[in-house]
Design a protein around this ligand. Structure first.
Ligand code: DX5
Ligand code: ZN
Length: 215
């Protein structure tokens, strides 16, 4: 299992200290939630914070854009050091295939996210061109929400579609992930877990990451 802790649940008054334990942990990627207050009813952080974190972080960055017009940010995200995935919402764009192509041309991993109510079958024509699919297991916008159990069926269905199409995309899940839901997701076929409050809120965050990695 790959684990991508979400910075949204970090103590933003102590980012340097948070990145210190993070860099010592077994986390695979750092998940960065960018929100614009339009696509989702919340604001998080933008380029000044992304730049500071990119400088402090010793792991690839998994950038999850919860914004309208994600295409307008591609160039600036690609300039940040260490970005592995440019991950935008299927619901935010009219021509996802075109943006996926542009992401690939920038040399970044191609990734698309689905909200809980969007069925995975919409991805069928896009699957061969994707390096990662992120399934939201809460409505995007806020950390600390309860996991939506219907996500498990979406993970299994996506695993099946990838088998049928020969796609290689990671299946990542985001929202309400903890030891229990993480185990269920692993059994359903997910191979990347995003976790915010479960990791950053833990007494021992390094141990919380290590536990999720064993699932
Ligand atoms: C929600 C974000 C998530 C969030 C997860 O819109 O995409 O990444 O930080 O937080 P937890 O793990 O606390 O549900
Ligand atoms: Zn996220």
């Amino acid at each position: 299992m790959l684990v991508s802790p979400s910075l949204l649940a970090a103590d933003f008054g102590n980012l340097e200290r948070e990145m210190q334990w993070f860099n010592q942990s077994s986390a695979d990627w750092l998940h960065l939630d960018v929100m614009d207050g339009v696509f989702v009813p919340n604001l998080s952080f933008g380029f000044p914070v992304l730049k500071a974190v990119a400088r402090l972080c010793r792991r690839p960055l998994d950038v999850h854009l919860m914004v309208v017009r994600p295409d307008t940010y591609l160039d600036r995200v690609a300039e940040l050091p260490g970005v592995k995935f440019f991950n935008f919402h299927y619901e935010a764009v009219e021509q996802p295939a075109q943006l996926i192509q542009r992401v690939r041309e920038k040399g970044l991993g191609t990734a698309i996210t689905l909200k809980p109510k969007t069925p995975v079958d919409v991805l069928l024509p896009l699957l061969p061109s994707l390096d990662l699919v992120l399934l939201m297991s809460v409505e995007p916008g806020f950390g600390g929400q309860a996991f939506i159990p219907g996500t498990l069926d979406k993970v299994s269905r996506l695993r099946e579609l990838l088998r049928q199409t020969g796609g290689h995309a990671h299946i990542e899940v985001d929202g309400g992930v903890n030891g229990e839901t993480g185990l269920q997701l692993s059994r359903a076929g997910a191979d990347v877990l995003v976790a915010g409050s479960y990791v950053f809120g833990a007494k021992d965050p390094i141990a919380a990451v290590a536990q999720l990695k064993t699932l």
